[in-house]
Structures are given as structure tokens and as C-alpha cells.
Ligand binder design. Structure first.
Ligand code: ADP
Length: 356
């Protein structure tokens, strides 16, 4: 009884927040200058506001400043735990039956993988989320029974590849999206591994990443040109009233958003960059259509948005991490990423306010 009361109270508060702020959050995260940039004497083009944590300013080469506003801005000194503290309430709502999508967007080298995967010493959102889901589901075990499943796939050149269903000796399995009877999108044949502990998940993610890099001449390069999607499926049974829920949490490390010079690239590389552009702008279009509550949501314009269709919109929750570099050399791409993010959020950016 107490659990049911708490659960409906959580849902009520949740709906209130959605009512007030919508269910799309855009977080900006700026990485620190790296050793090479420091050695080159590069200075930061990003200025943070000392009095609040949702704005930043970009200083252009002509010293003019442009201001951007997001739901939260993470600074270079903010560690993984600070980032996760803001993400946790959103990811945990998958246990209450909400579908959730978390994206990392930005130029290659700005920390998308650092934010999502992290490193063994400095684990990111993916690992911390699973840890939290196991912890919280254990806490509710008297009233709810949860089963967690993990799938991992890559979308490269509009083709879906199962990263858990393959090994280097097997040919690539071709996967397609199918519309299920209940109106959701399914990927028949995709491996769903039942998981019982974070250690197990960590091992699965490691093997998935290895499969991802097989055949690539440069693993980093390939990973920057494909989207990596980790899907956590939560099946819940309410032990009091027998009600069953099934919800998805998607943790997505997107392909690098950098524009490639039209003259330098041709053949395979040109095709790849066209696919990336198409899918990232399709994602931007879907999120901005959802944020502005326009009627038609163009989910079908890319595999990425199609596969995520039932987890984007409605009462689903979305978080977009816009990753940026503070370096002068990346100024152009930084502005592109911030403009993209402002557009999806439906917030206009503008010239900086006068400092007083
Ligand atoms: P991307 O996935 O966007 O290509 P990476 O996650 O590979 O970028 O990050 C590039 C490098 O910068 C990595 O060595 C990573 O560890 C480091 N890095 C990124 N963000 C941070 C951060 N916030 N703090 C410390 N190091 C970071």
C-alpha cells in the first residue's frame, strides 16, 4: 500500500514537472582543454556565468560574444558524478514505466563516449545508470519484480548491426525495424541479454565495443561515424495488483556531428558523411517538432529516429547532452553544435547580454 502511494505520488510529481518544463532536457557539457591544446597555448572560447548554471557565452575571433541557454551547463571541472546526479532522476523513471532516451551529440573528440561510456576509473552514464537500476529495483523488491535486459546495436550508413549477436567469425546479421501489433517498433532477431549485475553489463558492453571495431582500420575513426545504441528493457510486475509494465531506456552515443570538407572527401567517406548528416538532422527535426508540439513528427526520415519512435514523444523523457570543446581551433564546430541544440530545444540564442 505504502509503495503504491509512493509510486502514484512519484508519477503525479513527474507529470507536474512535465507540465511545467516539458519532457525534453538539453544539457551542455564542455570538456577541459587537453594537453596538446594547453601546450599550443590555446585558450578557452567558452565563458561560464558565475552566478548561474544554465548559460554560457562563446567568444568569437572578433571578440564578440554569443550567449546560449540550456537546462543545465556542465563545466570542464564537473566530474562524472556531477553529470549523473542530474541524469539519475530521469533514467530511474524507466522503473515507473516511462520510456527514456539519452543522447550524446557533438563533434568527435568532445567527450560523447566519455560522458556515456566513460573509462574504467571514471565510469559514465551507461554504467552508473545500470548500477542505479539494480540498486533501486532491489529496494522495491517487496512490491515490484523487475527483469532487466540489454541490447546493443550500431547504426552505420542506415544499416542496423547487432553488437551482441555477433562475433568476429560470424557474418553480419542484417536487421530491420518492424511495426509490432501494439504500434511499437521492434527489431526482430536482435539479441536481448538478461542481466543480473553491473559487472555482467560491463563485460557485455566491452564485448559489444570489440565487435563494433572489428574490420575497422582505425577503431576511433569508425566509432565516430556510426551511432551506438544501448537499449535497456525493463519488465516490471507489480506484486500487489499483478500489473505488468515494459519500458525502454536508450543510451545513445551519436556519430560525430562535424562537417567534412566537400573537396577532401569522396567515395565511401562522402557517403558516410551524407548518412550521418541525414540522420542527425532527422533527429534534430523530430526533437524540435516534439518540443514545439507541432502535429507531424517525421520519425521515418532515418533509421535512428524510426527505431526510437516509441521512445520519443508522448510522455517519454529525452535528454540531449551537447558536447563541446573549449578550444579556439574548434570554434566553428562548437557554434554549430550549440545552434543545433538551441534549435532542438526551441530556444533562441542571441548576442550576449551586456555585463554590468
Ligand atoms: P568523442 O566520443 O566525442 O569522440 P571522447 O569521449 O573520445 O570524444 O573524448 C576525447 C578525449 O577527451 C578522451 O581522451 C576523453 O577521455 C577526454 N575527455 C572528454 N571529456 C572529458 C572530460 N569532461 N573530462 C576529462 N576528459 C575528457
Amino acid at each position: 500500500k505504502k509503495y503504491l502511494d509512493e509510486s502514484s505520488e512519484r508519477k503525479r510529481l513527474n507529470n507536474e514537472v512535465i507540465e511545467l518544463k516539458g519532457n525534453i532536457r538539453v544539457f551542455c557539457r564542455c570538456r577541459p582543454l587537453n594537453q596538446v591544446e594547453i601546450a599550443n597555448g590555446s585558450s578557452s572560447v567558452v565563458e561560464f556565468d558565475s552566478s548561474q548554471d544554465s548559460e554560457l557565452q562563446i567568444i568569437s575571433s572578433d571578440s564578440s560574444k554569443k550567449q546560449f541557454k540550456f537546462d543545465h551547463v556542465f563545466r570542464p571541472e564537473d566530474g562524472q558524478e556531477v553529470v549523473f546526479a542530474r541524469t539519475k532522476p530521469i533514467v530511474i523513471s524507466v522503473l515507473d514505466g516511462y520510456n527514456v532516451c539519452i543522447f550524446a551529440y557533438g563533434q568527435t573528440g568532445t567527450g560523447k563516449t566519455f560522458t556515456m561510456e566513460g573509462t574504467p576509473e571514471n565510469r559514465g552514464v551507461n554504467y552508473r545508470t545500470l548500477e542505479e537500476l539494480f540498486r533501486a529495483s532491489g529496494e522495491r523488491c517487496g512490491v515490484m519484480k523487475y527483469e532487466l535486459f540489454v541490447s546493443m546495436m550500431e547504426v552505420y550508413n542506415e544499416k542496423i548491426r547487432d553488437l551482441l549477436g555477433e562475433n568476429s567469425n560470424q557474418p553480419t546479421k542484417k536487421l530491420e525495424i518492424k511495426q509490432a501489433a501494439e504500434g511499437t517498433q521492434e527489431v526482430p532477431g536482435l539479441v536481448e541479454a538478461r542481466v543480473y549485475s553491473t559487472e555482467e553489463v560491463w563485460e557485455l558492453l566491452k564485448s559489444g565495443s570489440q565487435v563494433r571495431s572489428v574490420g575497422a582500420t582505425n577503431a576511433n575513426e569508425l566509432s565516430s561515424r556510426s551511432h551506438c545504441l544501448l537499449r535497456v528493457t525493463v519488465r516490471g510486475t507489480n506484486l500487489i495488483n499483478g500489473q505488468k509494465t515494459r519500458s525502454h531506456l536508450w543510451l545513445v552515443d551519436l556519430a560525430g556531428s562535424e562537417r567534412v570538407g566537400k573537396i577532401e572527401v569522396e567515395g565511401e567517406r562522402l557517403k558516410e558523411s551524407q548518412f550521418i548528416n541525414k540522420s542527425l538532422s532527422a533527429l534534430g527535426d523530430v526533437i524540435s517538432a516534439l518540443a514545439s508540439k507541432t502535429g507531424h513528427i517525421p520519425y521515418r526520415n532515418s533509421k535512428l529516429t524510426h527505431i526510437l519512435q516509441s521512445s520519443l514523444g508522448g510522455d517519454c523523457k529525452t535528454v540531449m547532452f551537447v558536447q563541446i570543446s573549449p578550444s579556439t581551433a574548434d570554434l566553428g564546430e562548437t557554434l554549430c553544435s550549440l545552434n543545433f541544440a538551441s534549435r532542438v530545444r526551441g530556444i533562441e540564442s542571441g548576442p550576449a547580454r551586456k555585463q554590468v
